[in-house]
Ligand binder design. Sequence first.
Ligand SMILES: [Zn+2]
Length: 80
Amino acid sequence: MSIKIDRKSGRIILANNETITFDQLLSECEGVMFGMDNTGYCTSCGSENDTEPDSTRGYCENCEKNTVYSVVELLFKIGV
Ligand SMILES: [Zn+2]
């Protein structure tokens, strides 16, 4: 699995041309680290799912694969 960033637009490309902005990812990470959020994104279909903060193989309710990454893990993955 790979996470790509469109450097021009600064958007993170998840899957199926589903994208989120870097700012959106950062604010969602804050929600997970300092709040009660459990936001993750599926790297197969791009769906947003609730998942554990350290998840890299969470279950996706949409496509039923175990490819949900927590937003925190996504942030590590894209290497910032
Ligand atoms: Zn999915």
